[in-house]
Design a protein around this ligand. Structure first.
Ligand code: FES
Ligand code: FES
Length: 182
């Protein structure tokens, strides 16, 4: 079987003229260049060097490219950059600040979900993990002590070809406990 490519293809995807877009990413302003329909993932990785979101399928099917737009998880491989102007984009690199606060002394600390991932030694190849972490953190920001069914439902649609799902469930439970005790 052919190995999946590690990064997205070149940013220009059609013959529309390129233009500038002002984006807010992880609470910082950036200007990027592309066509309206250039996938957000391409500019995050290709122009802003934010490598947390990964290119997995490019078809909104695996979740590896997940970022938040206005606090909600979306698949950045299928989101036009032009549609994100005026919205708040958060990548894995900005996840910790959503929990500790950007101005907090703890802003350099990991999000409890990231720490739980380390404690449970979840990643294998690692290529899918961004999506699981982003969706898990979103779940725990809205449901403090989720049931097993709620965790599984929140993570439906994410793919891990290494089979780390059992460790992921352990990590989400651990993070929920940590956040409940904070
Ligand atoms: S790369 Fe976006 S969902 Fe797979
Ligand atoms: S850890 Fe390898 S695909 Fe999930």
């Amino acid at each position: 079987m052919q190995e999946q490519v590690a990064g997205p293809p070149a940013a220009k995807v059609n013959n529309e003229p390129e233009q500038s877009f002002d984006l807010t990413v992880n609470d910082q302003k950036h200007t990027v260049v592309g066509t309206f329909d250039t996938p957000l993932l391409y500019v995050l990785r290709g122009e802003l060097q934010l490598y947390g979101p990964r290119f997995g399928c490019g078809l909104a099917q695996c979740g590896a490219c997940t970022v938040y737009v206005d606090g909600k998880p979306i698949r950045s491989c299928r989101m036009s950059v032009g549609r994100t102007v005026g919205h708040r984009i958060t990548t894995l690199e900005g996840l910790s600040a959503t929990y500790h606060g950007a101005g907090s002394n703890e802003s350099a600390a990991l999000h409890p979900v990231q720490q739980a991932w380390i404690d449970e030694q979840v990643p294998q190849c690692g290529s899918c993990q961004n999506g699981w972490i982003m969706y898990s953190a979103h779940l725990l920001s809205t449901v403090k002590q989720p049931t097993e069914n709620q965790i599984r439902a929140a993570l439906t649609g994410l793919k891990c070809r290494c089979g780390s799902q059992v460790a992921i469930l352990r990590a989400v439970r651990r993070a929920a406990k940590t956040m409940g005790e904070a």
